[in-house]
Design a protein around this ligand. Structure first.
Ligand code: ATP
Length: 247
């Protein structure tokens, strides 16, 4: 990815605490237009906290957040969503009693271009995720884990985001479905969508990403080109050797 492309997100010296627990300690990251940037790290490293803070879901954090040139540090979450930031949360957050189609429709709530929303909805259930089209009238809670994750991503896309943050999209999925999920992520990237991906599955994340940041107990310990990081001895030893990373 050319370093000259536009900076979509810049996080400067971010600190987030839960009471006395410092979950994110002075993290600075950048995501450029069209990039797929991975955030890797073990359980509890602070990945979800960082993504949630970017969306504005944490009170009292310190640091600066710039989105498409605008300082959004003081903006509430709904304004950040309207500006184009989307988070597909860990655990998916779909509304189980609602149908697939209604879940997708809810994803478009920040938009007012209703004609385009209707076209996008048809595209989402046709061209992009035909399986969701087949299941359009089905309650979301009855979908398989992989289908629910697909729905969560498609719902995020319905907001027409300028930055898509995916929190652990492969969590809890069978290996075959994990591969499908990473294919979906690769397709999003091929469509030019800018992505910040949090993943414990470092091997897959580094294969998919342009660049990556490695987070340990709330601190960035490594960053760089994803291919180079995949060959880094420390990354190999810590993140690519164990069972969880060889999925
Ligand atoms: P995981 O993949 O398990 O979600 P993570 O890298 O996303 O891990 P976070 O969930 O951001 O990590 O957690 C970072 C730290 O903050 C951990 O020590 C965690 O125990 C703590 N933490 C997270 N949420 C809360 C909370 N609501 N209250 C108190 N501590 C929290």
């Amino acid at each position: 990815m050319a370093q000259s492309s536009q900076v979509v997100l810049r996080v400067e010296d971010l600190h987030v605490a839960y009471g006395n627990i410092q979950a994110v300690r002075g993290v600075s990251i950048e995501v450029r237009q069209g990039e797929l940037v991975a955030l890797i790290g073990a359980n509890g490293a602070g990945k979800s906290t960082l993504l949630r803070a970017i969306l504005g879901l944490h009170q009292g954090y310190k640091g600066k957040l710039v989105f498409l040139g605008q300082d959004v540090t003081a903006l509430p979450p709904e304004k950040r969503v309207s500006a184009g930031i989307c988070l597909v949360p860990e655990g998916r957050g779909i509304l189980a009693p609602l149908t697939v189609k209604d879940n997708l429709g809810l994803g478009a709530y920040p938009r007012s271009d209703f004609m385009q929303v209707s076209q996008d909805l048809n595209k989402m259930m046709g061209e992009h995720f035909p399986i969701l089209g087949q299941r359009r009238g089905q309650k979301a809670g009855t979908l398989s884990g992989g289908e629910q994750q697909m729905l969560a991503i498609a719902r995020g896309l319905m907001a027409a985001p300028k930055l898509m943050m995916l929190d652990e999209p492969s969590l809890g999925l069978a290996p075959l479905i994990v591969n499908q999920m990473f294919q979906i992520i690769a397709d999003l990237k091929a469509r030019g969508i800018t992505i910040l991906l949090s993943e414990q599955n470092a091997r897959k994340a580094l294969q998919a990403a342009d660049r990556a940041y490695v987070l340990e107990t709330g601190t960035l310990v490594l960053q760089g080109n994803a291919r180079e990081l995949a060959n880094d001895e420390r990354v190999k030893r810590t993140y690519l050797g164990g069972d969880t990373c060889s999925r």
